[in-house]
Design a protein around this ligand. Structure first.
Ligand code: FES
Length: 114
């Protein structure tokens, strides 16, 4: 069973949508697929894509881990993520499905370019 927890410290998470994921199962544990690396990692709802990448040895560069510097930018290929802070993204990034791996969390399967 999965529970959803939103803490007060997260101001207005925004949602970025990539292409729809076929066969998405809301009840199953989410998985993050790293396309370029050919790896996948479990993505619990309280874990960021950056943390999931570290679990399986996928290298995503980062610096602040707080959504400000933009070093951890990666492209969302499919699925949907929410980000508590997205100051590191330009409007062009957002229009191009670029996300901040250190902030991106998801309740369902996602795929990113890393
Ligand atoms: S590491 Fe700085 S925005 Fe993600």
């Amino acid at each position: 069973m999965k529970t959803e927890t939103f803490l007060g410290a997260e101001p207005h998470p925004s949602v970025v949508a990539g292409a729809p994921v076929s066969g998405m199962q809301a009840a199953a544990a989410a998985v993050c697929t790293f396309i370029r690396s050919g790896k996948a990692a479990p993505l619990p709802s309280d874990k960021t894509i950056l943390e999931a990448s570290e679990d399986v040895g996928v290298n995503i560069d980062y610096s602040c881990r707080q959504g400000y510097c933009g070093v951890c930018k990666t492209k969302l290929v499919s699925g949907q993520v929410s980000m508590a802070v997205e100051d590191g993204l330009t409007p062009e990034d957002k229009a191009s499905q670029i996300i901040l791996a250190c902030q991106a969390k998801s309740m369902a399967d996602v795929a990113v370019e890393a």
